[in-house]
Write a protein that binds this ligand. Structure first.
Ligand code: FA5
Length: 539
């Protein structure tokens, strides 16, 4: 029976011996109960779930359930004990085989009668820090400065260091999960005398080094109670009659259920938790966003992850010397490609950048270079996708959205990762306004369960006016979730669009993080089974 079952069970029943005498059986015993009770009586003594299952032929979960039922009626007693098990981590296994880094480093130092930190680094690579740290902590070496060089000098001879207790414990645990009592016996039998506290100290040191981890399990022993014995005596040979556990169409059709006994169920009894397959919480969130926008009348579009700088930046009127275009912000591919746009459109974008085209705009000035537009990159935002869609659908109305991955060279922190998803959307129609844009975003966030959002003035080279959308998070305050605005004419004019375009690009990861109660965006991608099992689900 799994650990989770134990936890669940512990929720319902107090620890210790359980007889539930107040509930002495008043009803007939079910067939499985009778079988288990007879088995307990036949040989007496204490049984664990596994042995009782083997004896009765009832599977382990069912046998335990039955024992709980019997205990509730006072017919058997269940003793519980929480046992702690230790096992090696992957790193622990490697060190148990090869020796701890400080042990290997000590041999190295003794062989050479001391070595420089550099020599140790050459020999131990990534492990050098651990090795030096523990050599010093264990007083196996000291540091000596000679000129510019730092030397590590062994301070003990080999024989004195042979029996590191932590190393012995690693060995004792290396055979597989080891119960604490068994571990303590092994240590004692090897002649090492340790108090409980000392053993705890070594174990917590090994676990803080991530070499050993532990888990606990409640183990149970089941024995027949006096009341159980009496029950058997009074009924002189309980007969084990076949029961119907499940009503089938066959039983109903033939009427053969008549006169038969039905298995009783106690719906209050703890049962094993079941974890059926389910959709990842993050995926469920994406699906929910899709549904909300679809319900609002939007159509989903898709685009390529590799875009030309032309569609990712130039057509969006991002100047060619904008910092976001630098290598340190954007992932560029080594290749270039002819821009996928008509010569007429490319020419219009060029004119727009250089002097504002035919609009009352100055553009950015300088020369617009086609070869920079031909560079290929991993799209830095999904705005590249909605804009190129707009270019091929310039007639109103257009109401589309796109949910996809974008890539940026970012320093990773709790709210920044180099690959994240954006939810992009545009509305293009006669007479749509800035208020419509704010209304659209407020509706979306409200439907996502965020009543408190605010808009702050923002800046994007391609929108005017521009806003940043923020939602409130209890511990972190206001957190920026996206940008939005109305496309500038410098963007819409070259692609042949004559009406206002409301546009937004929202970061999904941050929103997901808040919705799922995480404080670090990286946790969205961690395969943490407990979190996955317990994460709130979205309808
Ligand atoms: C943009 O990407 C604009 N294209 C949005 C836009 C579209 C504005 C259309 C106007 C019109 P920004 O760089 O601010 O904007 O990114 C949008 C959101 O993506 C941010 O608010 C944030 O929630 C999220 N985001 C940005 N960088 C990261 C990152 N490194 N990790 C996780 N989320 C990020």
């Amino acid at each position: 029976m799994g650990y989770l079952f134990d936890m669940l069970f512990d929720k319902y029943y107090a620890k210790g011996t359980m007889t539930g005498k107040e509930n002495i059986a008043t009803t007939e015993l079910a067939a499985t109960e009778a079988r288990v009770l007879l088995a307990l009586e036949e040989e007496g003594g204490k049984w664990n779930q596994r042995t009782l299952s083997a004896k009765t032929g009832i599977n382990e979960d069912a046998v335990m359930q039955t024992a709980f039922m019997l205990a509730k009626q006072g017919l058997c007693e269940i003793e519980e004990e929480k046992k702690v098990y230790y096992r090696l981590t992957e790193e622990g296994r490697a060190y148990a085989e090869d020796g701890l880094p400080e042990r290997r480093a000590l041999y190295f130092l003794i062989d050479r009668n001391g070595a420089t930190v550099e020599e140790l680094r050459d020999a131990f690579g990534d492990e050098v820090k651990i090795a030096i740290n523990w050599l010093l902590k264990k007083n196996w070496a000291r540091i000596e400065k000679r000129g510019e060089e730092r030397y590590l000098i062994p301070t003990i001879v080999l024989e004195e260091s042979l029996s590191g207790i932590d190393e012995e414990i690693l060995n004792f645990v290396s055979g597989g999960a080891t119960e604490r009592g068994t571990l303590a016996d092994r240590i004692k039998n090897s002649g090492i005398l340790l108090t409980e506290e000392e053993l705890n100290g070594f174990l917590s040191q090994l676990s803080s080094r991530n070499l050993v981890d532990s888990y606990s399990r409640v183990e149970r022993e089941i024995a027949i109670s006096e009341a159980g014995e009496e029950e058997i005596l009074s009924r002189r040979g309980i007969s084990v009659e076949d029961e119907i556990a499940q009503l089938t169409p066959e039983l109903l059709r033939t009427g053969s259920w008549k006169g038969r006994k039905f298995k009783r169920y106690d719906v209050n009894l703890a049962s094993k938790e079941v974890f059926p397959a389910k959709i990842h919480p993050y995926q469920r969130l994406l699906d929910r966003m899709r549904r909300i926008f679809t319900e609002m009348g939007f159509v989903e579009i898709k685009g390529e992850a590799v875009q030309s700088a032309f569609w990712n930046f130039d057509a969006l009127f991002v100047p060619q010397d904008h910092p976001a275009r630098e290598m340190q912000d954007t992932f560029y591919l080594a290749a270039r490609k002819r821009i996928e746009a008509s010569d007429d459109l490319i020419e219009k974008v060029k004119q727009m950048h250089e002097h504002g085209g035919s609009l009352n705009s100055t553009g950015w000035g300088g020369e617009w270079k086609r070869e920079l537009g031909e560079e290929l990159l991993l799209r830095t935002h999904t705005t590249a996708v909605t804009l190129s869609y707009l270019a091929s659908h310039p007639e109103p109305p257009v109401k589309v959205f796109c949910i996809d991955r974008v890539y940026r060279r970012e320093t990773i922190d709790p709210t920044h990762i180099p690959e994240f998803d954006q939810l992009e959307g545009i509305v293009m129609d006669k007479g749509v306004t800035f208020s419509n844009l704010l209304g659209c975003l407020a509706t979306f966030y409200n439907k996502m369960g965020f009543p408190s959002i605010r808009f702050r003035p923002g800046y994007f080279p391609y929108t005017e006016p521009s806003v940043e959308v923020e939602v409130y998070m209890a511990e972190r305050g206001w957190i920026e979730l996206g940008g939005a605005g109305i496309f500038r004419e410098e963007v819409t004019n070259p692609v042949g669009v004559d009406y206002p375009v409301l546009a937004w690009g929202l970061g999904i990861g941050r929103l997901a993080m808040i919705s799922l109660g995480l404080t670090d965006i990286r946790d969205l991608y961690q395969p943490d089974i407990d979190w996955l099992r317990n994460a709130r689900s979205f309808r």
